[in-house]
Ligand binder design. Sequence first.
Ligand SMILES: [Zn+2]
Length: 250
Amino acid sequence: MNSEKIPHTKLLYLENSYLFSSHATLLAFEKMDDDTYAVILDQTIFHPQGGGQPTDTGVINSESFTFKVNMVRFKEGIVYHFGNLVDGNLHTDVKVSLTIDKERRILHSKLHSAGHLIDDTLVSLGLDLIPVKGFHFPQGAYVEYKGTLPLEIREQTRKDLEKTVNERIQQGFAVKTMLVPPDQLHQYCRYIPDYLPKDKPTRVVFVYGEHGAPCGGTHVKNIKEIGYVEISKIKTKSGNTRISYRIKNQ
Ligand SMILES: [Zn+2]
């Protein structure tokens, strides 16, 4: 498989997080080992693992095969769907139907939106730490910051954060995304990571209010859908502060 000749994959999940099935054309595939193949499509609804969000899983079907997708990765503009043939044989230049595991995607969207909401709420509580990482996996989700919180305010911060985050969820906010050119990012984002492209717009997601964050993940339509967020722990280590959270009844 010569991926240099393959066009960049159109990322349908960026336009609509609620597209659980769609269609595509299979452009290329490669056998990785006895059971595993990598499949490349012209467009995809599968969110690759990355940016703190776990991989989507699901099925790619055609008239001549059934392919189960276990892991999705993004590299240099191309999405690789790794998985196993359940039935038939893979062919290029065929129309395929795509189906992702809906419940899994919805949970990932809730966790990811909750991570951004915690981040926004932390700032409005007057704690302007520098974000370094978001990890929005069902087991052990957290947002992490550069900077420390004194031990004596940590428990009160945890309570205040949980209270305000859930008040905002009850109140609701329609999540929006916007493509922002590099020279305008500072108007919308509090922090602009160094790795963002300097020559093209960045997708910015807004989960509450007028400040957004650069993000390539999937999100709920309205933060009301998240349910109840429990802030389980605030921990400071090696100069960083980690805020762990989970969604109740996830
Ligand atoms: Zn994000």
